[in-house]
Design a protein around this ligand. Sequence first.
Ligand SMILES: *[C@@H]1O[C@H](CO)[C@@H](O)[C@H](O)[C@H]1NC(C)=O
Ligand SMILES: *[C@@H]1O[C@H](CO)[C@@H](O)[C@H](O)[C@H]1NC(C)=O
Ligand SMILES: [Ca+2]
Ligand SMILES: [Ca+2]
Length: 167
Amino acid sequence: MLRLLAFCGVIATGLGGTCNTPWVNHADSCYLFVTHLKENWSEAVSMCTELGGYLVEIESAQEQQFLRNYATHQLHIPQGGAFGNGSFWIGGTDMLVEGNWFWLSTRQNFLYTDWYADSKEPNGGINENCAHLGSHVQFHWNDAECHLLYNFICESESIGGAPDVVG
Ligand SMILES: *[C@@H]1O[C@H](CO)[C@@H](O)[C@H](O)[C@H]1NC(C)=O
Ligand SMILES: *[C@@H]1O[C@H](CO)[C@@H](O)[C@H](O)[C@H]1NC(C)=O
Ligand SMILES: [Ca+2]
Ligand SMILES: [Ca+2]
């Protein structure tokens, strides 16, 4: 299973760096959208680690916009729908101290956020301690129960980082 996920053969080039297909580039990071497995949050964390990355951490509106657009326009994940089945786990949690949201790999508290405002997310209190891009809330952020099974997005540094010139 991991072998399939980690498949790499083609090198894709982008402005911020290069990524091994099927990872996709934005700015200085590579992203892997995993949609053929549904995992709980901690399993998604483990899988991203095994793949040499971490569960995605979103520090800017540009990064959020990229992920949201990719899910919507490249992957065509239907929005709306029951239970947010098409949602993607991201690497933020408040499982240590209720209401204290942080990114797992850096332990940085959230600075930028994109919580879905209409339902006053995060709204789940002690029952919902893991963040996802909710397919039922146009891929804004929602807190959800960590044991639920969703898609997830891994992030890693791009290769080289600087603009790449090929040929
Ligand atoms: C969405 O979740 C519901 C409830 O668990 C399930 O019945 C349904 O089959 C799921 N749909 C998809 C597309 O996964
Ligand atoms: C997450 O999934 C793994 C693997 O299926 C399982 O061992 C673990 O108990 C689950 N954890 C939670 C909190 O659901
Ligand atoms: Ca919580
Ligand atoms: Ca919620």
